[in-house]
Design a protein around this ligand. Structure first.
Ligand SMILES: [Zn+2]
Length: 305
């Protein structure tokens, strides 16, 4: 766990040093924590808050870009310890934070034997949840955040525009960006929808941000963004076309075989150096497995195969 300064008011908490982050923004009146990591990483997050010179009781607001466990996992714990904490979440996701039973079940299905190390979400009390509408603004005093609904990765996904610097917190809408690993998509079941994902990328581009901040993991500044939007859109087409062709050729093909083909097609593992391979090989394989399930489900649901 370490703290990375983005600017004087915005800090990134690198939660586990591998694959996801939380962000802290200080306004003149209120502060906010964005994204929380997995339930099992709550201690690391609290450690990060401590390194900022704060305690959980100093945090006014929490918001997650969506309710998946690597983004909102610790929200129940944070809210039950700090009863004054206000939790902002997409209006579709709100009821799942209040009653996380279905969310935990669906995470168990998605993460399979990894679920035990991820942990279950605790409920957030209904009085503490603020369901967000599209385009809603959150006033921190001297700075505002605005949320934009960006379905595609999940139907309850939103991105957060920080107004003073025009920084966008992308959640999973623009994929994952790890040091030394080519940018790749995170398109899991059950909600992945290509058309929505492409529209969400267009929306982010139109907002013309000064930089994008990825929950997984780090920052891309304006001069690096020119080609990124098209690159990501092409990756969506590539994944959907590839999986469609693989399944059309052999409808009974195993998940393991599809993984092997997709790793080869993207040659992602070959592009890793020895050092990054040690850290990111398993992270990449886990993501690819979820992507394969996400895309297969999307294609079937929309009668595309
Ligand atoms: Zn997600």
């Amino acid at each position: 766990m370490k703290i990375i300064k983005i600017n004087k008011d915005i800090k990134m908490i690198d939660i586990n040093g591998v694959d996801h982050a939380s962000f802290f923004i200080q306004g003149e009146k209120k502060n906010i924590l964005i994204e929380s990591g997995y339930p099992s990483e709550t201690e690391l997050l609290l450690n990060g808050i401590k390194q900022l010179g704060l305690t959980l009781f100093d945090i006014d607001y929490f918001m997650a870009t969506h309710i998946h466990l690597d983004h909102a996992g610790a929200s129940g714990y944070l809210a039950s310890k700090n009863r004054n904490l206000k939790v902002f979440i997409h209006e579709i996701g709100a009821r799942h934070l209040i009653n996380p039973g279905r969310l935990n079940e669906s995470a168990k299905r998605a993460y399979k034997n990894r679920f035990d190390s991820i942990g279950s979400m605790l409920p957030v009390s209904v009085e503490q949840v603020h369901p967000l509408q599209d385009l809603e603004e959150i006033d921190l005093g001297g700075n505002k955040l605005q949320v934009f609904f960006t379905p595609g990765h999940a139907k309850h996904h939103l991105i957060i525009l920080e107004k003073n610097n025009k920084i966008i917190f992308t959640g999973d809408a623009m994929g994952a960006k790890y040091p030394g690993v080519p940018l790749y998509l995170t398109i899991p079941p059950p909600d992945y929808n290509k058309e929505q994902a492409l529209n969400s990328i267009d929306l982010i581009k139109e907002l013309d941000p000064s930089s994008l901040i990825f929950t997984h993991f780090g920052q891309l500044n304006h001069d690096m963004l020119k080609n990124v939007y098209d690159e990501i859109k092409n990756k969506h087409e590539f994944w959907c076309n590839s999986i469609r062709m693989i399944l059309e050729e052999n409808p009974n093909i195993s998940k393991e075989k599809i993984l092997e083909i997709m790793l080869k097609k993207t040659s992602i593992l070959n592009s890793l150096s020895n050092e990054t391979r040690k850290i990111y090989e398993q992270v990449t394989i886990n993501s690819f497995n979820l992507n394969i399930e996400g895309v297969s489900r999307y294609l079937k649901k929309n009668n595309l195969i």
